[in-house]
Design a protein around this ligand. Structure first.
Ligand SMILES: NC(=O)c1ccc[n+]([C@@H]2O[C@H](COP(=O)([O-])OP(=O)(O)OC[C@H]3O[C@@H](n4cnc5c(N)ncnc54)[C@H](OP(=O)(O)O)[C@@H]3O)[C@@H](O)[C@H]2O)c1
Length: 250
């Protein structure tokens, strides 16, 4: 049985991915910062017959990542699959963007990817098998106004994915990214993200501009993730798998 760690698994896509691995028979460790969210989600998976635990922690902090990976090992054994899904949204006119708003997505996206990969790779290399999957995003490929820090982070994650794929090719470890377009998720209070126009209505309207004429489903991102984590994808590395309904309009 594989041990799978999913960061950012407290809600939406990360939670769906964790559920997908659990349903496939893997042992799943769910992580997010909010106390209670991942423990509750893991308890629900366990009720359904899965093996799952929730471990809270901020993956932008190396000590929290070490605790997460050690906790996963204690619960189920060394990590075989890492899915780094944690992210924060920042919508802000570039000239109004604070240093904090510039840095935050990097810390949760890239610093965390660095800490996580360093923590899980030694075991993966030693056993000659491992899977690392980073959640990027279409705006990292197309650019998008008012999202400079998120776009740069997602672009950086795609580059980081390729760098690791090169460095660890031939070890049995693959490193890939999934780049979702607009996925149907619960988006909470958009105004708190710094963008008064980013309402559900706005996103419903934008979804009509997607070539597929709909938003993607969490299950569709999950399926992409399960494929990249499978043995069948052993020759796929450094790839960015677009799950975007043809959306490359930025
Ligand atoms: N939804 C979309 O349409 C879309 C499109 C393109 C790309 N994506 C990417 O897909 C991934 C999932 O998206 P989503 O919409 O499901 O995101 P979401 O609803 O915002 O969920 C993000 C998750 O990350 C956790 N998180 C945030 N900061 C963290 C930290 N420092 N350490 C640990 N966990 C942290 C959050 O929980 P806490 O706040 O409790 O920590 C939450 O569980 C993200 O990487 C996102 O950028 C999504």
């Amino acid at each position: 049985m594989r041990t799978v760690v999913v960061t950012g698994a407290g809600r939406n896509i990360g939670l769906a991915i964790a559920g997908g691995f659990a349903a496939a028979g893997d042992q799943v460790v769910l992580n997010a910062r909010s106390a209670g969210a991942v423990e509750q989600a893991a308890a629900q998976l366990v009720e359904g017959g899965a093996r799952a635990v929730g471990i809270t922690g901020d993956v932008s902090r190396q000590e929290d990542v070490r605790r997460l990976v050690a906790g996963a090992e204690d619960a189920f054994g060394p990590v075989d699959v890492l899915v780094h899904c944690a992210a924060v949204r920042v919508h802000r006119d570039f000239l109004d963007m604070s240093s904090e708003e510039w840095r935050m997505p990097f810390q949760v996206g890239l610093d965390a990817a660095f800490h996580c990969a360093q923590a899980v790779l030694p075991h993966m290399v030693e056993q000659g098998w491992g899977r690392i999957i980073h959640l990027a995003g279409v705006t990292g490929q197309t650019g998008a106004a008012r999202r400079a820090s998120v776009v740069a982070t997602k672009s950086g994650l795609i580059g980081f994915t390729r760098a690791l794929a090169h460095e660890f090719a031939g070890t049995g470890v693959t490193v890939n990214a999934i780049s979702p377009g607009m996925i149907d998720t619960e988006r909470g209070d958009w105004t708190s993200l710094g963008d008064q126009s980013a309402t559900t209505e706005h996103y419903n309207r934008r979804s009509q501009q997607i070539p597929a004429r709909r938003m993607g489903r969490r299950a569709e991102v999950t399926a992409a993730c399960l494929y990249l984590a499978s043995d069948d994808a052993g020759f796929v590395t450094g790839h960015t798998l677009n799950v975007n309904g043809g959306m490359f309009m930025g």
